[in-house]
Design a protein. Sequence first.
Length: 238
Amino acid sequence: MTPILELANVSKRFGGIQAVKDASFSVGQGEILGLIGPNGAGKTTAFNMIAGFFKPDTGTIRLEGKDIAGKKPWEICEAGIGRTFQLSKPFGDLTVVENLMVGGFARNRDRRVNREKAEEMSAFLGMAAKRNIEANNLTAFDRRKLELGRALCTEPKLLLMDEVVAGATPSEAGEMVELVLKVRARGISILIVEHVMKVIMSLSDRVVVLDYGEMIASGPPKEVVSQPAVLKAYFGER
Ligand code: ATP
């Protein structure tokens, strides 16, 4: 599979903590890759380096062959990487459509085009009926979907999704899984960090497992989760 994103020997240290150590993995074109591991394993740090929030100490991060390591978040967005955050932070006093337009402005300054795109996105999210509701008045799950939509409006080739079903009910989680599959069907590659195993198992083509910043396994989810090193990382003595 041709990679869209390739990390090679990427490391990041915060003082005495080696948050990510020599990580090398790739996301294929059209692939959904799950990045998993126990708390503090380095998943968010890896995300933040890919999205330009932290500069790696060492290593390269290539998007379609071009090194993007150390570029600023808006440059990374322009290059074609969108992201959602663990805590969704829409503009509370803007409506659903207005929030989606904020994403669209990253690509296109034309207000009319952006509004049209935002209206379409609200329908894609299943939120057409809520398009004029202020984000403050949405449920937590709707705010999460809005966060996803805002990232999609930046027209990413690769989407980074951080814990999209945290706090969701089982039926909401199921709805999010369907939505993520619909995003992939649009040709967007996805790197997803998620603690809910059921979601990871049903979405990921492959998973990469981090533990104490190091990659300890990678492969199809069913094979990886039964590997002794992975079981030890999750359930073994620390
Ligand atoms: P979780 O699943 O709990 O979100 P994670 O796998 O995303 O965890 P990270 O948040 O990347 O893990 O953290 C990896 C390590 O780096 C942890 O020990 C954390 O305390 C540390 N760390 C992360 N960000 C910083 C920072 N800005 N300054 C100092 N240490 C940090």
